[in-house]
Design a protein around this ligand. Structure first.
Ligand code: PLP
Length: 287
């Protein structure tokens, strides 16, 4: 396996980062999770724009242009000869001293890892999953925007730990007002009377690329889509619930906090949107 590190490809066991890297010391950096479908990198431009916007927001300059980053990602996938790859792009502030001040850091480090994709078990796409809501809250959008995909993923990790403790594959994070924000690494949609609802970014959700793809597909299929805040009550009483994310794609949720959603099976709109999403995938790739 070849890893792209600051301008060259190195073997996996040689891909090492300094203990003085501020990404390691402080979570000072940004990242993206991208995937391929049959050798096409899905929505690469959208992911890289989000990466550059995350970096801009934390005043970090990525030492490559958008075009160069596009080439780097595609080259990393090719070099590893992967058909269905999960790609992780990490840009950390770089190597500095032990102080917080990013001015001690040199150039940001750019790392691209591509490896075989790992999804939820196939069976769960047929049955749907159970989730729980947890105590960990999403950080406030006005403090550090959840739109920034930063290397500070501690609240998402705490959500994952709470999901593990509850014995479910994913969990739901609320914001500090109690509105539903998102999962540890996925966005949430609910369907009620044929209308799709998903929390707006200002509630405290990352504006997922898959989330946007579903919104676009739903628009094409003449659904009404509303980005508006909702609570757990609305989730419990929804006709359908599903999650979206790069790795998860679209997955139905059939039980939330012990409440069975409708008849406990993936709903027909969820199935229809998932099928439309899969059909459209190949049109959205960068070969
Ligand atoms: N929410 C969080 C916190 C995430 O980390 C991710 C994954 O990137 C998502 C949602 C889903 O976003 P996307 O569809 O762009 O993968």
């Amino acid at each position: 396996q070849w890893i792209f590190m600051n301008g060259e490809f190195v073997r996996k066991h040689e891909a090492k980062v300094s203990v003085y890297d501020h990404g390691f010391l402080y979570g000072d950096g940004v990242f993206e999770g991208i995937r391929t479908y049959d050798n096409n990198v899905y929505k690469l431009k959208e992911h890289l724009i989000r990466l550059f916007e995350s970096a801009r927001s934390i005043m970090m300059e990525i030492p490559y242009s958008l075009d160069e980053m596009t080439e780097i990602v595609v080259d990393t996938v090719r070099k590893n000869d992967l058909e269905n790859a999960y790609i992780r792009v990490v840009v950390s502030r770089g190597v500095g001293n032990l102080g917080l001040d990013p001015r001690s850091c040199g150039t940001p480090q750019v790392i691209v890892i591509a490896e075989e994709l790992a999804l939820f078990p196939k069976e769960l796409y047929k049955t749907g999953i159970e989730i729980v809501s947890v105590a960990t809250r999403r950080n406030r959008p006005d403090v550090l925007s959840p739109k920034v995909k930063s290397l500070n993923y501690l609240n998402n990790i705490l959500v994952k730990i709470e999901a593990n403790l509850a014995g479910v594959p994913e969990a739901l994070m609320l914001n500090d007002e109690g509105y539903v924000a998102e999962g540890s690494g996925d966005n949430i949609f609910i369907v009620k009377n044929g209308v799709l609802y998903t929390p707006p970014g200002y509630v405290g959700a990352l504006e997922g690329i898959t989330r946007q793809a579903i919104i676009d597909i739903a628009d094409d299929l003449m659904y009404t889509v509303k980005e508006q805040p909702f609570t757990r009550h609305d989730v419990y009483t929804a006709d359908e619930v599903f999650l979206t994310g790069t790795a998860a794609e679209v997955i139905a949720v059939v039980k939330v906090d012990g409440r069975v959603i409708s008849d406990g099976k993936p709903g027909q709109e969820t199935i229809r949107l998932t099928e439309a999403f899969r059909e459209k995938i190949l049109q959205d790739g960068t070969p």
